[in-house]
Design a protein. Sequence first.
Length: 68
Amino acid sequence: MPYRLDKSAFKAQTFEEADDNKNYWLEKTSEERLKAAWYLISCAFNFPLSNPPRIDRKAFSCRKHSQK
């Protein structure tokens, strides 16, 4: 589903308005919140939603700790 960021929609909010925004997201299902979060992450890191970057497995290592 294509999302568009409406840059004219941002404004200074009162505390009551900001609290309404929190309630709006709390009324959404966890799946809807995750989809919105995934969309924001894809925008922040500039990758398409359908083709996320792969993890570079060479950058991470795992080893057992010796037990004494």
